[in-house]
Design a protein around this ligand. Structure first.
Ligand code: ADP
Ligand code: MG
Length: 238
């Protein structure tokens, strides 16, 4: 059974159809990357999965449960954005543990979970610092830490690396890949960057104007693009 399923999901803003009916199953432990140009509907699709945007029609399930009418907090997901959305006045520890405190988790378990995440993300020396005292890469790791400690069924990433410089972006890409290997995190990851998609994805969804043109393993998509658009955006130049 898929951990996350989209069934003929559509979105309309006013009179404009933005998502035209997307079907997708994300298996447990699978890392799916949605890639496509700016404006093709990637964020809208992710935000519907997160519960930040209503679904016009179709069905979204997480862990076998239809979540269309559930609030974000009820969906067993964690989201990582490009702007980190850290609390500037809180320490790294408090930023990472905030969601657990809200959920009234016992202090000892919070400390244990933060310790594990901090070790994994090389944040142990920085737990008392404020976000402004960190580098861009460290801030992005704090945002990752906050998602990891919640142990959600599904991680949703919206262009988490696009504010970083090119060198750091490559490094963080490798770190996310390593986390994925170590934790087996089930993920839906959005990017406009083809190389990022090819590097991270178990399978990729190539989106074009609100339609999933092709879903497949990176090399399969690269070698056998399903449409002219996919060929131009991803495919081999043969
Ligand atoms: P992407 O993330 O791929 O760049 P988006 O999902 O942000 O694309 O946007 C897809 C389309 O939906 C765009 O044409 C955008 O202008 C439109 N759109 C996104 N959010 C809204 C909104 N709240 N109201 C109206 N139109 C929107
Ligand atoms: Mg977007």
């Amino acid at each position: 059974m898929a951990t996350l399923s989209l069934r003929d999901v559509k979105k309309r803003f006013g009179k404009t159809d933005v998502i035209h009916g997307v079907d997708l199953d994300v298996a447990e432990g699978e890392f799916i990357v949605i890639v496509g140009p700016s404006g093709c509907g990637k964020s809208t699709l992710l935000r519907m999965a997160a519960g930040l945007e209503t679904v016009t029609s179709g069905e979204i399930s997480i862990g076998g449960r239809v979540v269309n009418d559930l609030e974000p907090m009820e969906r067993d997901i964690a989201m990582v954005f490009q702007n980190y959305a850290l609390y500037p006045h809180m320490s790294v520890f408090d930023n990472i543990s905030y969601g657990l405190k809200i959920a009234k988790m016992p202090k000892a378990e919070i400390a244990e979970r933060v310790a594990v995440a901090a070790k994994m993300l090389q944040l142990e020396p920085y737990l008392d610092r404020k976000p402004r005292e960190l580098s861009g890469g460290q801030r992005q790791r704090v945002a990752m830490g906050r998602a990891i400690v919640r142990k959600p069924a599904v991680f949703l990433f919206d262009e988490p690396l696009s504010n970083l410089d090119a060198k750091l972006r490559v490094q963080m890409r490798l770190e996310i890949k390593a986390l994925q290997r170590d934790l087996g995190i089930t993920s839906l990851y959005v990017t406009h960057d083809q190389v990022e998609a090819m590097t991270l994805a178990d399978r990729m969804v190539v989106m074009n104007g609100g339609v999933a043109d092709q879903i497949g393993a990176p090399l399969e998509v690269y070698a056998n693009p399903a449409t002219v658009f996919v060929a131009g955006f991803i495919g081999s130049p043969a």
